[in-house]
Design a protein around this ligand. Structure first.
Ligand code: PMP
Length: 389
């Protein structure tokens, strides 16, 4: 059974904001909360807590195919991104990232580099949201790059970054590579034995774990002058002091395990549902298009621009569908999506774009219901705007 706290009449298509809790995650979280124990205590009760954390570390490591010793638990991907960038930038040299990153990378990069003019390089993306490798190589050729941080999958468009050649180019120049893989983990398989990134961030609530838990993968053997944000008892190999969030971490581990087991089947099922939604909307609505590199996206994400229909009005006209205007983190703010602007879209187009994100619990009937609500909403908004005052 899937928990649907938002009510059964709401079609939930906002997995990129947060995914419904997986039942396995809820059980593991509750089981940890029903017992008492600080994972740092040496008595039996403490060992029970540290066993739960060890299990979760193995489960997250298995999802990534890395060693559990390479996982640092954090409060989420925002913290993992902050830790990765702070540590890597402390090596000296430039920080290279892209114009379409999540604010947890972009704003951190801006803040870190503010005191050293010229130490930030933002690589542009093309109209499909893809980073230009030649551009990146040219930036790397200027020398003195400490870290390249590029997201594995974009939260607004789902566009995937082809990381392998980027890692190769960066390593040739002695730069470390970090990837914010928050939207990819648990949605597509990843193999860190093959993919040679040095640092990777993830967040449990994007794949059915609790909110407020994430992890930073730090590859064994890389030399990194770590710069903890929280200083204290030295937990998590000194990366993050503070009593471990045992219940949340246990939930994250259980969600990682459940996602790993289900992943192969979910990828194609979710992609088919997303494609059906897009086909249906493009056929029925007219003057609308899907953003991003269509054959290089996460399976469950669809960024659709409805010409002449502001997204806030469309969303308000379909209260039975949960979707997003741009990214959830910037919803409510009057600024247009920096991702769509970086892809060359106009402000008006960006403001008329809705992000639908599907996931493991989305059903075919969800898609049928959502499609008819969206069609009705867009027509209604267009008609209202066309009507004489
Ligand atoms: N990076 C990306 C790409 C995201 O989509 C998000 C969540 N919106 C974050 C980072 C921040 O994650 P968290 O909520 O775990 O801090």
């Amino acid at each position: 059974m899937t928990y649907r706290p938002f009510g059964s009449d709401l079609v939930y298509l906002d997995y990129n904001a947060t995914a419904p809790t997986r039942p396995e995650a809820l059980e593991a979280t509750l089981a940890a909360m029903r017992t008492v124990g600080n994972a740092s205590s040496t008595h039996r009760s403490g060992r029970d807590a540290s066993d739960r954390v060890d299990l979760a570390r193995r489960q997250v490591g298995d999802l990534l195919n890395c060693s559990s010793g390479e996982i640092v638990f954090t409060s989420g991907a925002t913290e993992a991104n902050n830790l990765a960038l702070r540590a890597a930038f402390a090596r000296g040299g430039k920080l290279v990232t892209s114009a379409v990153e999540h604010p947890a990378v972009l704003e951190t990069a801006r803040a870190l580099t503010a005191e050293r003019p010229g130490s930030l390089a933002l690589v542009p993306v093309n109209e499909y949201g893809l980073v230009d490798l030649d551009d990146l190589r040219a930036t790397l050729a200027t020398g003195d790059v400490a870290i390249v941080s590029l997201m594995a999958a974009n939260n607004e468009t789902g566009v995937l970054t082809d990381l392998a050649p980027i890692v190769e180019a960066a390593h040739e120049r002695g730069a470390l590579v970090h990837t914010d893989a928050t939207q990819l983990i648990g949605r597509l398989p990843i193999d860190l034995a093959e993919m040679d990134v040095d640092l990777l961030s993830l967040s449990a609530h994007k794949f059915g774990g609790p909110q407020g838990v994430g992890a930073l993968f730090t590859r064994r053997g890389i030399s990194l002058p770590y710069r903890p944000l929280l200083i204290g008892g030295g937990q998590e190999r000194g990366w993050r002091a503070g009593t471990l969030n045992v219940a949340g971490i246990a939930g994250a581990g259980a969600a990682a395990e459940a996602a790993r087991v289900a992943l192969a089947a979910e990828v194609s099922r979710v992609a088919q549902l997303r494609d059906a939604l897009e086909r249906s909307l493009v056929e029925q609505v007219g003057d609308c298009w899907v953003n991003g590199k269509l054959d290089q996206r996460l399976p469950g994400v669809s960024s659709i621009t409805f010409g002449g229909a502001p997204a806030d009005a469309v969303l308000a006209a379909m209260p039975d569908v949960a979707a997003s205007e741009g990214s959830a983190c910037s919803s409510g703010a009057p600024t247009p999506s920096h991702v769509l602007l970086a892809m060359g879209r106009s402000r008006e187009e960006a403001d008329s774009t809705v992000r639908f994100s599907l996931g493991y619990a989305t059903t075919a009937s969800d898609i049928d219901r959502a499609a008819s609500s969206v069609v009705r909403a867009v027509r209604q908004v267009r008609a209202a705007l066309a009507a004489p005052l």
